[in-house]
Design a protein around this ligand. Structure first.
Ligand SMILES: *[C@@H]1O[C@H](CO)[C@@H](O)[C@H](O)[C@H]1NC(C)=O
Ligand SMILES: *[C@@H]1O[C@H](CO)[C@@H](O)[C@H](O)[C@H]1NC(C)=O
Ligand SMILES: *[C@@H]1O[C@H](CO)[C@@H](O)[C@H](O)[C@H]1NC(C)=O
Length: 176
């Protein structure tokens, strides 16, 4: 078995080990930060100002399998006049046979303030009537190497055919 190995393998091995140690050492020196962010998420359905559209409607009267795409608005505060700080690109799939529970992926892109140009992404299960916890799975810019979690809850829901939903988000982000 050993004789079938490429002759260059023993030469490459020490370099590989060296690289691994160097990465481990530099990660050790680089202190990770934890940042708590509070922001508000505005989602509009229906009408000319919709930020979310339903792109797949399942056959029959089912909601299971429906898919929505959104580019929702992030603001500093809970009033729709408060400062715009970014957008949230979103994909949601109604993926529960029993009750409306969504499989969701969101990318929060900040366009103002300290995190202008940076982003982080979350993925997980969402039931709108409960506090929602989802994992932070990555980020860019100031949020490179991000991980952590968000807790969000619905604080406002108005209308039926034209709806405004506002959610308060707390994000706890570990990043470089
Ligand atoms: C859409 O937005 C505009 C500008 O903010 C506002 O004047 C209008 O009332 C909104 N329309 C709806 C249907 O919400
Ligand atoms: C959908 O629901 C309505 C009202 O409950 C019913 O009349 C209709 O037959 C249903 N349609 C299908 C395709 O199941
Ligand atoms: C955010 O950053 C972009 C690119 O650097 C810049 O053009 C823009 O003016 C910044 N926005 C704010 C509100 O600072």
């Amino acid at each position: 078995m050993a004789s079938s190995q490429s002759p260059s393998f023993p030469l490459l091995l020490p370099f590989f080990l060296f690289a691994t140690v160097a990465i481990a050492r530099s990660t050790h020196e680089h202190r990770e930060k934890i940042t708590h962010l509070r922001f508000y998420f505005y989602d509009y359905y229906g009408g000319s100002n919709a930020t979310t559209v339903s792109v797949v409607s399942p056959p029959g009267n089912n909601t299971f399998g429906s898919i929505g795409v959104g580019e929702n608005i992030l603001r500093e505060g809970p009033q729709s006049s408060s400062k715009l700080i970014g957008k949230a690109q979103e994909l949601t799939v109604q993926a529960s046979l029993e009750s409306p529970a969504y499989l969701s992926a969101l990318n929060f892109v900040f366009t103002a303030g300290k995190y202008n140009g940076s982003s982080f992404s979350i993925f997980g299960r969402a039931v709108l009537t409960e506090p929602i916890e989802r994992g932070i799975v990555g980020g860019t810019g100031k949020f490179r190497m991000a991980r952590g979690y968000t807790i969000s809850r619905l604080i406002k829901s108005t209308g039926t055919t034209q709806m405004e939903l506002v959610m308060a988000y707390d994000a706890y982000v570990f990043h470089c």
